[in-house]
Design a protein around this ligand. Structure first.
Ligand code: CAA
Length: 392
């Protein structure tokens, strides 16, 4: 068992770290305050290869493994989670979904644009009345022979006002329940795609989140991903990978806040010595370091399982559940270490604390991760019976 990054993974980490300091740190507070989309920064992320990291080189992608991807996500999220969510949706949900389950034509048409950032993608599953309960899709894709007629409304769509491509999950045959759902690739320039209200959010404020309406959009049959009725399983499979990306984002937020807390605690003096030398603060730092390391192990392990062709559904859910709870808990502690300074917007920790909250909500709430994990325990996949009788 190895716990070290390879040379390639180490150089991805270094490149992401330098990129973040040079390109993302300047202006990050203002972009958050003004809900200003990081258009220039996303363009540069595309040039650096951060938008299609795992995509095969033949489509212009980085051809890297999932560990390299989570390492880059972690570094970028230490500073700018608005940028890392754009990166995560494009990499894990859109590019990976098309590359893994799409047709050759879909891959050749869309991946080269998505990996460079010429196009950005959105994943459109959530609806006003179907968030956690993802099988209850009301958006319809009626089979019209050569095409589907798409109608409905999607909520909380990341990149919603900026994306050129949507993967839309919609119900074709209600009688078949989740087996009647399809995943369709929709170009946003097509007639009937309407971008609705932009959300004014607590955190990740520079990322662009919208309601989207589809009014009689004609989607060619060739833009359906996989077989008829594969849409719900597609969404679940893609979200399992997506959860590793969001777990890495949560890990980065926690680690970013921790690094700031350590720095501040060593500099700030109270009662005649740096506050880091007061046990009340030193123990907080010790707890942060320990739990962040535990989260890192879960996140990297889930990515490693994905790279090695193993079933990573539970591992991804555990990584996201734990890392997002750690992010929330320790960004609050990082604000506490900073005292009054932690509560004002010139310091990064209050923003990291606001950003942490969404990691417990999107790509499946903590409660949904617990459903996934507990079902896998009860079905026997995560539980090896040791006690053979009641009285062993
Ligand atoms: N892989 C493959 N198939 C899966 C699967 C997986 N991980 N999970 C479920 N399935 C299959 C099941 O096997 C079942 O198929 P069969 O009936 O053929 O056996 C089918 O899908 C239905 O499964 P369930 O009965 O378990 O479905 P459920 O209604 O009980 O829901 C759930 C399960 C895990 C709660 C699911 O609804 C879920 O994950 N909800 C959360 C939705 C979510 O994550 N939304 C995020 C929005 S996207 C986003 O946030 C992106 C962004 O912009 C940042």
């Amino acid at each position: 068992m190895y716990f070290e990054l390879t040379e390639e993974q180490q150089s991805v980490k270094q490149a992401a770290r330098e990129f973040t300091q040079i390109e993302l740190l300047p202006g990050v507070i203002d972009r958050d305050r003004n809900m200003q989309h990081p258009t220039e920064q996303v363009k540069k992320m595309g040039e650096m290869g951060f938008l299609g990291m795992m995509v095969d080189e033949k489509y212009g992608g980085g051809g890297l493994d999932s560990i390299s991807y989570v390492v880059a996500m972690e570094e970028i999220s230490k500073v700018d989670s608005s940028c890392s969510v754009i990166m995560s949706v494009n990499n894990s949900l859109v590019c990976w979904g098309i590359e893994t389950y799409g047709s050759d034509e879909q891959k050749e048409t869309y991946l080269p644009r998505l990996v460079t950032g010429e196009w950005i993608g959105s994943f459109c599953l959530s609806e006003p009345e179907a968030g956690s309960d993802a099988t209850s899709q009301r958006t319809t894709a009626i089979d019209m022979g050569d095409y589907y007629l798409l109608n409905g409304t999607k909520n909380w769509i990341t990149n919603g006002g900026k994306s050129s491509l949507h993967i839309v999950i919609a119900q074709t045959d209600v009688a078949k329940g989740h087996r009647g759902i399809n995943a369709l690739i929709v170009e946003t320039s097509w007639d009937g795609v309407v971008v609705g209200a932009k959300e004014d959010k607590l955190g990740i404020r520079a990322s662009d989140t919208h309601t989207i309406m589809y009014n009689d959009v004609k989607v060619p049959k060739s833009n359906r991903i996989g077989e008829d009725g594969f849409g719900f399983k597609f969404a679940m499979k893609v979200l399992s990978g997506g959860r590793i990306g969001i777990a890495a984002q949560a890990l980065g937020i926690a680690a970013g806040a921790y690094e700031l807390a350590v720095k501040y605690a060593k500099e700030r003096e109270a009662f005649g010595k740096p506050i880091s030398q007061h046990q009340a603060v030193a123990f907080k730092l010790a707890d942060m370091a320990t739990e962040i390391e535990a989260a890192r192990l879960l996140v990297y392990r889930a990515a490693w399982m994905k790279d090695n062709g193993m079933d990573y559904t539970s591992a991804a859910a555990m990584a996201k559940l734990f890392a997002s709870e750690v992010a929330m808990r320790h960004t609050i502690e990082a604000v506490q270490v900073h005292g009054g300074y932690g509560y004002v917007k010139e310091y990064h920790v209050e923003r990291l604390m606001r950003d942490a909250k969404i990691t417990q909500i999107y790509e499946g709430t903590s409660e949904m991760q617990r459903i996934v994990i507990s079902r896998n325990i009860l079905s026997g996949q995560l539980y090896e019976p040791l006690w053979k009788t009641d009285h062993q």
